[in-house]
Design a protein around this ligand. Structure first.
Ligand SMILES: NC(=O)c1ccc[n+]([C@@H]2O[C@H](COP(=O)([O-])OP(=O)(O)OC[C@H]3O[C@@H](n4cnc5c(N)ncnc54)[C@H](O)[C@@H]3O)[C@@H](O)[C@H]2O)c1
Length: 255
């Protein structure tokens, strides 16, 4: 059976638990014919354990996206394993506890800087670490949570996502000449580890129960995974710097 990622080699960051959006991106990517390599943070053993639940085996490489040594050695490790890449998934986000949950006005800059480094600047770091592997062009896909709005509890992750969205557009601008696309999936709320670390996440997520035109299941990351795979495929060949909402339609509701 043919799939929309047949013959493609894809690097996927962010597989931590089965609830990770990246796990579902990896699962759908393999089902659609891709060869997948995973990166792991904080420990490869955790990701290796979860990777066993994927349809096919996937090699795991350690990558703290703020660690320049890890970034520098990534190209060689991926080249030894796959030779080259056609796609990269950035599914990484983190903010310290004092940057979340209603502390917006008092968060120290150090915590804001960490959120920005891990959640936004890292898209550029990852793209540049992988660029030498994408000689025939490629597709980079990241994950955002709609940064047009001020959400309850989300606090400094909001500006970090706004920075991620802008970074994606600038990468799209600068990598277009190499036929590398850069797009984001803007997902609705999902009960992952990252979400559970946001105090009061349910207050935020409740918006979806009342405003989503399509029914929204916070326990089902597969629609986001499918959106990612669509953007990795050849079916969006002239789309870059775009944000595709996989949020049940909440983004366009007025009231
Ligand atoms: N869960 C949601 O409601 C939701 C909604 C929209 C967007 N997102 C975004 O989706 C992405 C994935 O999150 P998730 O919900 O699957 O949660 P998750 O906790 O499963 O994934 C977050 C990942 O970030 C990784 N990470 C954190 N610091 C890192 C570092 N220094 N280096 C490398 N990796 C690091 C973690 O290892 C983890 O795998 C994030 O960008 C998140 O902001 C999540």
């Amino acid at each position: 059976m043919s799939g929309i990622l047949d013959g493609k080699r894809i690097l996927i960051t962010g597989v931590l638990m089965e609830s990770s959006i990246a796990f579902h991106a990896a699962k759908v990517a393999q089902e659609q014919g891709a060869e997948v390599i995973l990166t792991a943070f904080p420990r490869p053993t955790l990701t290796e354990r979860i990777a066993r639940k994927l349809p096919k085996p996937a090699k795991v490489i350690e990558l703290d996206v703020t660690n320049t040594e890890h970034l520098d050695r990534l190209e060689g490790l991926v080249r030894d394993e796959l030779g080259s890449l056609d796609g990269v998934v950035h599914s990484i986000g983190f903010a310290p506890q004092d940057a979340l949950g209603g502390n917006f006005l008092n968060t120290p800059f150090e915590s804001v800087a960490t959120a920005m480094h891990v959640s936004a600047f890292s898209l550029k770091s990852l793209a540049m670490a992988c660029k030498p592997l994408m000689n025939d062009g490629g597709s980079i896909v990241g994950l955002t949570f709609d940064a047009q709005f001020a959400w309850p509890q989300y606090d400094w992750m909001g500006p970090a996502k706004a920075a991620l969205e802008a970074t994606s557009r600038y990468l799209a601008r600068d990598l277009g000449k190499d036929d590398i696309r850069c797009n984001l999936v803007s997902a609705g709320p999902l009960k992952s580890m990252a979400a559970k670390s946001i105090p009061g996440f349910t207050e935020l997520a409740d918006v979806w129960n009342t405003r989503s035109p399509l029914s929204w299941d916070m326990e089902d990351p597969e629609p986001a995974g499918r959106g990612i795979v669509a953007l990795l495929s050849d079916f969006f060949p002239k789309t870059t710097g775009e944000i595709i909402h996989v949020d049940g339609g909440v983004h366009m509701m007025g009231a």
